[in-house]
Design a binder for this molecule. Sequence first.
Ligand code: ADP
Length: 447
Amino acid sequence: MFSRVLIANRGEIALRIIRACHELGVEAVVVHSEADRGAAYLESADGAICIGPAAAGKSYLNIPAIISAAEIADVDAIHPGYGFLAENAHFAEVCNECGITFIGPEPASMRQLGDKVAARNLAKKARVPCVPGSEGEIKDEAEAIKLANKIGYPIILKAAAGGGGRGMRVAHNDISLRKAFAAAKTEAEAAFKNGTLYLEKFILEPRHVEVQVMADKSGNAIHFYERDCTIQRRHQKLIEESPCPVLDEKTREELCKAALRLIKEAKYHNAATCEFLLDRDKNYYFIEVNTRIQVEHPVSELVTGQDLIKWQLKIASGQTLDLRQRDIRHSGCAMECRINAEDPARGFAPNPGRVQKFIVPGGPGVRVDTHMYQGAVISPYYDSMIAKLIVHQPTREETIATMKRALREFKIEPIKTTIPAHIKILSHSLFAKGTVDTSFIERHMGA
Ligand code: ADP
């Protein structure tokens, strides 16, 4: 095992990694920006190094500054968390070249799976069903229109380098496709410096279901079952749960096995998530792989009793997965609500500022992953997610009841948060029945 790890991230995930390191007897040093100076979670670390100004480009995305910090701290490895540099293959390469282990996959598999077109091709090779669509890049509008007419509208244009729901546009006919093509390309170029687009059939009323996978460097891979992340706002996840409430045992097993085939085909190691869409007839289609630990990983931790961050550290340090698939049991139901500092009354605009009251829920079945506290300042520079409220109970009904109780206990003032929106969603009869699709918020939550 490593003796010291650098955490190239901030906030709740930095704290989550510090905790895993300490439980494994590993020292954790955290980098931080000037905006995060004095943040409480830094006190839990064994060292904190300021790497630059608030703007992420000058700090959390500043590779030379992070590598210098790693050298000063004399660490063996770097954990990138999620976001920032977590899926940056160049960063992983630089770490390896400097003799520092990158806690994640090889840069080559990150590159291959990070390109959604290449990932689709790999999935096909591994006999994993993909959404019907283009074989590769769609070069121009004419090609898009030809293919859209062949597979049938509606279609969705997506960025090969896409993430965070950006660079995606739905089109229902040739006219809207022309407009969508230009808009998606411009957005992809601006967001990812890569305007490569591909096209998929737009699956109607889908659910988003993903499989958590972990693989070691010797080629052993196991899954930690699925998470259902259908409750989304503008293609961004808001609530995640496991098990998926509508999946039958047979489909679930097939889905998990498909994810493992793909990961093995990619000769992948460390944590990955294979994302799928489930259509109304319960057919599943691969959409993408995330080559990092995800925000919603605690959901899988609670239903399996495994610590995924510790597994990341163990695998990166060369240990083998000394677990068999049958050792991973799924128990009960877990659900996560993302608590974002956003104002629902202003179109969910970020709502930074000083937190004057912060009362965290607790009690049976409740886990809260957060770096916030009374008096803390929510910075306008970074993601608006300030806490994850995760509940685990024997049944889905009990999980929803505990989650509602915990949401009501959670007091964050005067900042506007997604807590009232979560209570509204959890109180909706369709959510209780589990019969939702990815358009639920737009269709049923109104303004
Ligand atoms: P990103 O990497 O930007 O998050 P994804 O490919 O993971 O993009 O898709 C994000 C969400 O967009 C999905 O969870 C789903 O709600 C929607 N989506 C993506 N592809 C399709 C599709 N072919 N049909 C319907 N919805 C889709």
